[in-house]
Design a protein around this ligand. Structure first.
Ligand code: SAM
Length: 225
């Protein structure tokens, strides 16, 4: 059975899409998509040998070799032009790593109409990347599984303007105000307040004063939301 997290990622894959799942590990997500009749064709990309072999093994085990191609490659290099990929999923990594993967091969994105990204941390950098590169947020989800909180961002082509607050928290997530959202940000605030206390003990150099101000601003932004 697929994790709740990957099931949520899968729920945003359009029926009939051609998907590349980058950093696929066991290729659980592409296998699920094919088994559930959501897609017929998928690429599973892995840059590390061990997970690449796990993906090959899983695809064989499930008898999906005709539908899923597993490639050992760095990021979007797993995608070839003739694949006709129009949807990319990248899940289970930090936001900065996801952004660096997207930035490395911009030409692969030309044929892509939907990105489904699931950063474990720092979703903010993905929103910034989206604004810079002409992508807009179609939907956002925040969920909790095994005591961890995850965000999923669904992007499609388009212009988008976000305030600093919306970049940090997610405009759609702010509008939904779920319990998990409140939990995530109360924890962040607690954490920032702890940092402020330790900075209080560290003295008053220019650097520290600046750091304090930055954190106080963040706390204010989040509390207002
Ligand atoms: N996507 C799966 C999930 O969400 O459950 C697996 C997540 S796993 C924590 C991250 C995977 O990304 C690892 O298997 C790692 O080898 C792979 N990875 C990291 N950087 C990559 C890159 N540049 N290109 C392809 N795969 C990468």
């Amino acid at each position: 059975k697929l994790s709740k997290r990957l099931e949520a990622v899968a729920s945003f894959v359009p029926t009939g899409a051609v998907v590349a799942d980058i950093g696929s590990d066991h290729a659980y997500l592409p296998c699920y998509l094919v088994h559930n009749g959501i897609v017929k064709k998928a690429i599973a990309g892995e840059v590390v040998k061990g997970p690449y072999e796990s993906a090959i093994k899983q695809v064989k085990l499930e008898g999906l070799e005709d539908n899923i191609t597993v490639r050992l490659a760095d990021g979007l290099k797993a995608v070839e032009k003739s694949d006709g990929v129009n949807t990319i999923t990248i899940a289970g990594m930090g936001g900065p790593l996801i952004v660096s993967i997207l930035d490395k091969c911009p030409e692969v994105l030309h044929s892509v109409t939907r990105l489904i990204l699931q950063p474990n941390i720092h979703a903010k950098v993905i929103r910034e990347w989206a604004i810079r590169n002409g992508w807009a947020i179609l939907d956002e989800v925040i969920l909790k599984e095994d005591e961890k909180i995850y965000e999923i961002l669904v992007l499609q082509r388009g212009a988008m303007e976000l305030s600093e607050q919306e970049i940090l928290l997610g405009k759609k997530l702010m509008a939904k105000q779920t319990e998990v959202f409140a939990e995530k940000w109360s924890k962040e605030i607690e954490n920032w307040k702890r940092i402020l206390t330790s900075l209080d003990l560290a003295g008053g150099t220019e650097d520290i004063v600046k750091k304090r101000e930055d954190i106080q601003r963040l706390i204010k932004l989040v509390e207002e939301a």
